[in-house]
Design a protein around this ligand. Structure first.
Ligand SMILES: [Zn+2]
Length: 253
């Protein structure tokens, strides 16, 4: 279950499943709060989408403060819809990276999204955290098995002890795809509506995670569609290239 939190002018979401553990903080941003003007109203956390850098820096400060963190601790990938997963022991900006893993305390792992699926993976017993930017290309390229395998092989994580939160993302109600994309995914993840095809990417992600050994009850899905909820979320599909970006951020303590 996801809970909405109102901190100052910001509205954030947290997974109650992940929040039940003591040594991790996390949050999923919404567009509410912050200082960006139209078209980015108002908590745009993405650089290079047309908003002023100063606004983004101010917004990131506001958001990270909500999890008692600062930008100096931020580890982010330059996201390219690939399957590169980096082990991170220091803050910084990591080239061509859609997945980040750490067991180091006080480093904020962050993923920026505006429709793609933000996935948080956490093994509390082995104190290892991963964040994944899971768009269809990355999912197709196996970024989730790769992340879980690194958590296991490098940090001793056990898939049946990994807890997962799946944040707001575009859902099958709005995610129309062309046949060339649909054909790359299991038929049970494609919904046909007259001549149109819609993909349930979260279903693909959950089934990959279960196949890796994660327990269904350890997967917490926000169920929010970014494209349906204009009042809460940015959506690339709905708003185009100038859409703002949300952030999923998580930190070990
Ligand atoms: Zn929708």
């Amino acid at each position: 279950m996801f809970d909405a939190l109102h901190i100052n002018d910001l509205t954030l979401f947290r997974s109650s499943l992940i929040d039940s553990f003591n040594h991790i903080d996390h949050a999923f941003s919404t567009r509410l709060g912050g200082v960006s003007p139209e078209l980015y109203t108002s908590l745009n956390l993405g650089m290079n989408v047309g908003d002023k850098d100063d606004n983004v820096i101010r917004n990131r400060d506001l958001f990270l403060k909500s999890i008692n963190a600062s930008q100096k601790q931020l580890a982010c990938g330059v996201q390219v819809h690939g399957n590169r997963v980096q082990r991170v022991e220091n803050p910084g900006l990591f080239d061509s990276t859609d997945g980040l893993i750490t067991h180091t305390k006080n480093i904020i792992l962050a993923i920026k999204t505006a429709d793609c699926v933000p996935v948080l993976l956490y093994d509390p017993g082995h104190h290892v955290l991963a964040v994944v930017h899971a768009g269809w290309r990355s999912v197709k390229q196996g970024i989730l098995p790769k992340s879980v395998n690194i958590m296991s092989s490098e940090y001793g994580a056990k898939p049946n002890e990994i807890y997962c939160a799946i944040g707001p993302s575009i859902r099958s109600c709005c995610y129309e795809v062309q046949r060339d994309v649909a054909d790359q995914f299991p038929v049970d993840s494609i919904i046909r509506n007259n001549d149109r095809l819609f993909m349930d990417l979260v279903k693909v992600i959950k089934s990959q995670l279960r196949a890796l050994g994660l327990l269904p009850e350890n997967i917490d899905d926000s169920k929010y569609c970014t494209c349906c909820h204009d009042e809460l979320f940015f959506s690339y599909r709905r708003d185009g290239a100038q859409s703002g970006r949300m952030m999923m951020a998580a930190v070990l303590h």
